[in-house]
Design a protein around this ligand. Sequence first.
Ligand code: ADP
Length: 302
Amino acid sequence: MATLTLREVSKIYAGNVRAVSGVNAEIADGEFVVLVGPSGCGKSTLLRMIAGLEEISDGEINIDNRVVNHVHAKDRDIAFVFQNYALYPHMTVAENMAFGLKMRNFAKDEIAKRVGEAAEILGLTPYLNRKPGALSGGQRQRVAVGRAIVRQPKLFLFDEPLSNLDAKMRVTMRAELIKLHKQLKASKMPATVVYVTHDQVEAMSMGDRLVVMKDGVVQQVGAPLEIYNHPANQFVAGFIGSPPMNFLNAELQQRGDSSFVVGKGFELKLPRRFNGNNRPVVFGIRPEDIHERGDRVSTASG
Ligand code: ADP
């Protein structure tokens, strides 16, 4: 369990490729935060910098109020679950989960205890003696998570861990990971999680908070519904939500005391907070807010 603070963290690759620009974030102990954005927006680079697998070009990364910029990856007490979570095929589930602890010379009793506890939490107890080849994709994924849990790390980092699974298994695993996070919170091992995905549905359904990124720059940080109901800009409005928000070019017009948004074939009265005259604007409306006459209208909160 740990807090994680990012201050003005940037990454410039050779050739002046600016992958991450001035990212600031404070992640609380036990929080599940999702970094989300389209492919190439810098999510993996940011995660790898937190892990210590990538040098940072500028800024500061703090774990539990300790600057770790120059701390080696293996000394950051972090567990990293990748997309390609290679399990050792010739080892059983129990051996796969125990491997990292063995390498760190943990006592046999302690290894057995931790593997037993993790297997219990993950529902893997009946499979401890099986080899990965005899497991489903979801079970293998759970073993990969188990390998991370037994180390009792300060911080869990996940990089698109579900993208190799089929759609149905992905939905199941999302729910399982959320349940697991809750269980760890209720137990003595609350886990701080940073989870990377390009899939906004996954982000919305999993994160306590989301960090939405584009072109290496953070666009908005907030709880899923806060972002959905109050997107900070047009990019966030269009990226979060499925099917996406519709955008129409329009103009703001002021008539007497009232403001209107006027577009091709439509004119809508606006709340007072809008002002300016003959100003070009973009009018956005979510598909679920469009109804046929006679439809029952349910209003979104917020
Ligand atoms: P994401 O995880 O959001 O898909 P990445 O962090 O992988 O994005 O990449 C961010 C940007 O940095 C991309 O433009 C990518 O091409 C570039 N990039 C990633 N790794 C390297 C590298 N080793 N050298 C140069 N450019 C890189």
